[in-house]
Design a protein around this ligand. Structure first.
Ligand code: PAF
Length: 282
């Protein structure tokens, strides 16, 4: 496994791989890896000849009061975790490599970023799309893999790729969970024991909604009432949103026809956690 910190070197490496006809897989991350990241890498590994993972805590996607400064990081631990995959290249640029002096160009997906997380994090997705567009230009992958836990991010990136005719296939992979159901997230490390217990309410609420749908409930308001009650009854927890939306347009639905995405966000203690599930109408 090699590690590159400079943008130009990364571009040279990828140019050579492409010239040799290799299919490049890419998993962008902000580091502090967990099994969820590793499952994305395994998918990319099994579909490509060469695998690049980026580790870059992207300042542009954090709001002024958010956790940029406390975002967990440990490069040695990450490198160790990636060894068995195996990863060919780790791209670990310093912020100046991505945002050099004079930087002033941003990528924005207009509508899909105004809802769900975009309400509480109005500048977040512009930071995400900008860095992902740049990483795609630097790494030039054939295939890029993202987690479905960040469902809105995945939909936004797929829209960007389509709208800007980017030559990369973007694939989503299922959320990986702890044994008790908590969705894996780098931010979980900041949960104190009592908060960790409260955080379980998110995945429990998803199961509750799935069970209500299985029993024939299709009215969004009814399902959301039960979901909100369950999450709001937990200590240390501030629910930001619980919505049922169309999985493609992210527009709210009143009645579940076919499939709807139940998307949740809550601040539990300090970390802000998100989770989601597809709810199928019976
Ligand atoms: O999902 C993440 O970890 C980040 O949003 C990403 C895609 C690496 C962009 O910084």
């Amino acid at each position: 496994m090699e590690l590159i910190t400079e943008t130009e070197k990364m571009k040279t490496w990828t140019r050579e791989k492409r010239a040799n006809g290799m299919k490049i897989g890419f998993v962008p991350t902000m580091g502090y890896l967990h099994q969820g990241h590793l499952s994305l890498m395994k998918y990319a590994r099994s579909h490509c000849d060469s695998l690049v993972v980026s580790i870059f805590i992207n300042p542009a996607q954090f709001g002024p009061t958010e956790d940029f400064k406390t975002y967990p990081q440990n490069l040695d631990r990450d490198l160790e975790l990636m060894k068995p995959i195996p990863v060919d290249m780790v791209f670990n640029p310093a912020p100046e490599q991505i945002y050099p002096d004079g930087f002033q160009t941003y990528v924005e997906v207009a509508k899909l970023t105004r809802v769900l997380c975009g309400v509480n994090r109005p500048t977040h997705f512009q930071g995400v799309t900008t860095v992902v567009a740049k990483l795609f230009n630097i790494v030039r992958p054939h295939l890029a893999v993202f987690g479905q836990k960040d469902f809105q991010q995945l939909v936004v990136i797929q829209r960007m790729v389509k709208d800007l005719n980017m030559d990369v296939e973007v694939v989503g992979q299922p959320t990986v969970r702890e044994e008790d159901g908590l969705a894996m997230s780098s931010r979980n490390v900041h949960l104190l024991p009592g908060e960790r217990k409260s955080a379980l309410a998110l995945s429990e609420a998803l199961k509750l909604a799935q069970e209500m749908a299985r029993q024939g409930q299709r009215t969004a308001a009814e399902i959301l009432r039960a979901v909100k009650k369950h999450i709001e009854s937990q200590p240390y927890t501030q629910l930001q949103y619980a919505v049922l939306v169309d999985p493609e347009t992210l527009e709210e639905v009143e009645v579940i026809e076919g499939k709807a995405l139940l998307a949740l966000a809550a601040v539990v203690g300090k970390p802000r956690l998100i989770d989601n599930a597809i709810i199928t109408a019976y």
